[in-house]
Write a protein that binds this ligand. Sequence first.
Ligand SMILES: Nc1ncnc2c1ncn2[C@@H]1O[C@H](COP(=O)(O)OP(=O)(O)OP(=O)(O)O)[C@@H](O)[C@H]1O
Ligand SMILES: [Mg+2]
Length: 508
Amino acid sequence: MVAILEAKNIVKVYPNGVVANKGVSISVEENTIHALVGENGSGKTTLMKVIFGIEKPQDGEVFFQGRKVQVKNPHDAIALGIGMVHQHFMLAPDLTVAENLVLGQEPLKNKFVLDTKKAQEITQEISEKYKLPVPPNKKIKDLPLGIKQRVEILKVLLRNAKLLILDEPTSVLTPQETEVLFQTLRELKKYGKTIIFISHKLKEIKEISDKVTVMRDGRIIDTRDANELSEHDISFLMVGRDISYERVSASEAIGEPLLKVNNISFTNEENSPVLKNISFEIKAGEIVGLAGIEGNGQNELVEILTGLRKADKGELFLKQENINNLSPRKLREKKICYIPADRMKNGVAEKTTLEENFIVDRYCQPPFSRGFRLNWKYIEKYSKELIRKFQILAHSSKATVDSLSGGNIQKVVVARELSADPKIIVADQPTRGIDVGSEELVHNLLIDARDKGSAVFLISANLDEIIKLSSKIMVIYQGEIVARFDKIDGIRDVDLGHYMLGLKRGEV
Ligand SMILES: Nc1ncnc2c1ncn2[C@@H]1O[C@H](COP(=O)(O)OP(=O)(O)OP(=O)(O)O)[C@@H](O)[C@H]1O
Ligand SMILES: [Mg+2]
C-alpha cells in the first residue's frame, strides 16, 4: 500500500513550554480511513495542526504522496490537497452556506462584487456530486450542528482535498447524524479520498476505520489494523487501564422531590409546538435521564429549566418554591447548576484564564472576595484544587482556556459546575469530547453529587451513558414525553431507540 502522508519525528513545543508532540511519526495509507485516538491532551489536534500548517513544529518532516513538503500555512496544505475540519467549527455565522463555501475563492461580478448566483450554483453542484444536501441561502447560525459540519466538509471537498482531516467530527452529532456522516465517509472513500478521523467513541472507531493509531502523552503508542482490535483493546491502549461500563446501582437514599416540572409547553417563533405538557419530578439522590434524537425539544426544555427561555405555560418548582420566572443568575444562586451542550458558546470565555472561569459565578462571595477586593491568593489555591480533582491538563491555573485541548475545556466547565455545591444539576451532554478515562471520572462525580443529595437531570445523545447512570429514563419525541422507565435493569439502547424514532409509545 502507498502512503499518502508520512510525518516523521514531529516535535511541537508551544510558547508556554508544553511539549505537545514529542517526536511523532505516523504513516497514513492512501484511500483508507485512519483513526487517531488518545486521551484528552495527548497531542492529536496538535499533530493535525502541524500537518495542516496551522502550527509550526520545532522539528520533523512531512511527506505527501512520497514527496517531502514544507507546509508553512493552511494555504500550502490546501494547495497540496489536504483539508481539515476543526474540532470547533470555523464558519462565519452571519454568512450563508454558499457564501461560506466560496469564502477565499469568491466568484466575482464586475471584479468586486460577489456573484451570488454563481456561488449558489457552485454549492448545488458540489453538494449533488457528493450527495450532501445543504440549504445554499440559509445563514450558518440558523443551521443544526450536523448541517454546519456538512458545510465544513463540502468546503474542504470544493478545494479538491485528497486527504481529509476530521477532528472529532462526531462529538457534536447524534447517533443518527453520525450514521449519515459515516455513509458520507464511505462514499468519499469510493472517490479515492483518504480520511484521518479523530474520535473518543470506541464503537465508532471500530465501525468506520481501517487503521487505528493511538497517542499517549505526546507520543504514538501503536498503529494497528482496526479489525485486530476490540473496543476494550483500544480503550486499554489509550488510557493504560480498564474502564468500567457497568450500570451503576441506584442511590440508596432517595429524598424529597427537588425539581418539579408541571405541564410545561412552549411554541416557537414559527408557531410550531416544541414542548407539549412536559411534567416530571426529580428527587434528591436521583439521576433522571432524558433520551431523544436532537431537535425534539430537549434544547428548549433545558433553556427553560436554566432561565434562558420562558415557557408559554406551566410551572417549575424547586421544592415548594415557584422558580418560574427567575433569571439564570437567580437560579444559580439557588444552586441550580448547568453543564451546557455547547461549551464554546455557553460554557467558557476562551481568552480568560482558568482561575477566572472557575469563579465567574462566585467571585462576589467570600472567601473569593472581601469587600470590593478579589482574594487572588485564595482563588489560585482553589483553582489548583479543582485542576487536581478534575484531572484537568493545564500547565498553570493562569493558563487561558484557549490553550487547553478540547476535552480539557469541557472538564473546566464540569469542574466549575459540580463544585458549586449544586442542589439541581442540569447536565446537557456532560461528557461530549471527553476521553474514555475522563468520562469515567465525570460519571463518578455525577454519582457522588447524586449520593450527596443532588437531583441530576441528564440529557445525552449517548444512550450508553444514559443507561449507565440513570435511576429513571424518559424519552422525548416531538416535544412529548412518550415513554418513562422507572426500572432500568435490562434496558438496551435499541429499546429506547424505538421510542426515540416515534415507532412506539409507552404508558405515560
Ligand atoms: N495553543 C496552545 N498553547 C499552549 N498549549 C497548547 C495549545 N494548544 C494545545 N496545547 C496543549 O498541548 C497539549 C496537546 O493538546 P491537543 O489539543 O493536541 O490535545 P488532543 O489530543 O487534541 O486532546 P482532546 O482529545 O482533548 O481534543 C495539551 O497539553 C494542551 O494543553
Ligand atoms: Mg483535540
